[in-house]
Design a protein around this ligand. Sequence first.
Ligand code: GDP
Ligand code: MG
Length: 598
Amino acid sequence: VPVSHIRNFSIIAHIDHGKSTLADRLLQFTGTVDARDMKEQFLDNMDLERERGITIKLQAARMTYTGRDGQTYILNLIDTPGHVDFSYEVSRSLAACEGALLVVDASQGVEAQTLANVYLALEHNLEIIPVLNKIDLPGAEPERVKGEIEEIVGLDCSQAVLASAKEGIGIAEILESIVHLVPPPQDTVADPLRALIFDSYYDPYRGVIVYFRVMDGVVHRGDRIRLMASGKEYEIDELGVLAPNQTPVESLHAGEVGYLAAAIKAVGDARVGDTITLATKPAKAALPGYTEAKPMVFCGLFPTDAAQFEDLRDALEKLKLNDASLHYEPETSSAMGFGFRCGFLGLLHMEIIQERLEREYNLDLIITAPSVVYRVTTLKGDVLTIDNPSLLPEPQYRQKIEEPYVQVEMITPETYVGTLMELAQSRRGIFKDMRYLTQGRTTLIYELPLAEIVTDFFDQMKSRSRGYASMEYHLIGYRENDLVKLDLLINNDPVDSLAAIVHRDKAYYVGRALVSKLKDLIPRHQFKIPIQAAIGSRIIASESIPALRKDVLAKCYGGDVSRKRKLLEKQKAGKKRMKAIGSVDVPQEAFMAVLRLK
Ligand code: GDP
Ligand code: MG
């Protein structure tokens, strides 16, 4: 295929605006997947993704399309994950494209995620084609939404396509726009090979399968390649295109998108953003933009049953083969025993891994509250990174503590501006900007400590706005704050896994709220259990759980068997997620209590 007949594009959209449905429709229209094979949403093929309605992992598909000009084109669709946690992967996918379809639900309008993705696409100088989707809905207002896109994003909408991915309206126009508006790749076939890795996954039989876009030169099956960031070399066993199933070819040249297998053992050896070149004739410089995605959120994972420790290690090892950004190392907690401290790109990434460990590996876990990474300067001037609150050095050994800050952008109907400002302010937010968009919609910009976002901020924003507000955030750097370690004592023993780092101004409030919450969450025992919060050696809040007076079964009068059984089952289910700390059984929810304080 001549380079002039290739178009590489991605689809960017806010969640639920119809990205996957549109992708399916494009594959169908071009005959890439026939209707018979068409499963709902070909591109979202992980159960978890489907259940949550989000796209986590990128995929790519190659379509052949004959345009109205009679010419045959190769269209490569590179899908992007739809969540802020994976914005580095999004940026690498966009770097592999020359254009993007911007899908906006015509009954909703521009949302926070739409904007965040558009900014990324603009950074990569992509040609952006606005698509107003869901025009079949009675509430669709394509003209209003066009105005919104022009005003907020500053994109010309005179060529915008009106579409319904569901009804198949506007699909031909979208394909024509891709051919005519998205520029072809540059013809750099004669240059030394440089190919950009935008995704990879681990296959137990073939090793890592790498998805890439050839930026310069040509690559052949059998070539000896070098990964420029890792420095490792491999021989290509298999090379191919995604049509959309893997189809082997002999070579791929500049502008093309494909996959390769080369007996690579773990995805960490072929990271997203790395540059593939030839070992025999390497390129001078790697492609720009490679970084190693750093974990932002950490938590402890402990098996409820200590005997499952090795199983947990095996499971993490397997997940890591497929996920270079998952970090873990063994952790020993005096309260919880042996487990792992794990690092994630963000909260969603954390939830996905936790869910997979429990569902796919049948593990029963106790998960401690997520923590951000603090930067502590010691008196001697050393800088430590602390991702576990219980390891914070005592005040007499430290000069200062810094914590990560993010900039948050919320888009909301005007009615909820007040309550959302109140929310941000209550989370140590610093107001930066407020702008009126169209039709009573407003964007609010705040700077907040990341630690305040990893609690229930998103849920609060959704419930305060009845689901209408959307948000995005990105890291802006570290700032010094007056932070203290809050210790929790159960039955007079400090529980390391319950320790939290909080702002001094909030410490008393959090301490009191946490103690009273734990009092409700921890079941009664045969003895009285004191619960206390402390800063250093100073107790700042204290409660106690009274001893159990009677056998729980006593109130069943001995007669009603089914009720008795129900009660026992209920007790058993409740037990499932308990961790014995000293002689006290503590339920899973207690470890998350700090996230759900009113
Ligand atoms: P994504 O999150 O952007 O991938 O969105 P999906 O493609 O999963 O679509 C979200 C929901 O919107 C699904 O229930 C789709 O069936 C629905 N949907 C997508 N496109 C259209 C459309 O053009 N019209 C209508 N009425 N519904 C649509
Ligand atoms: Mg989707």
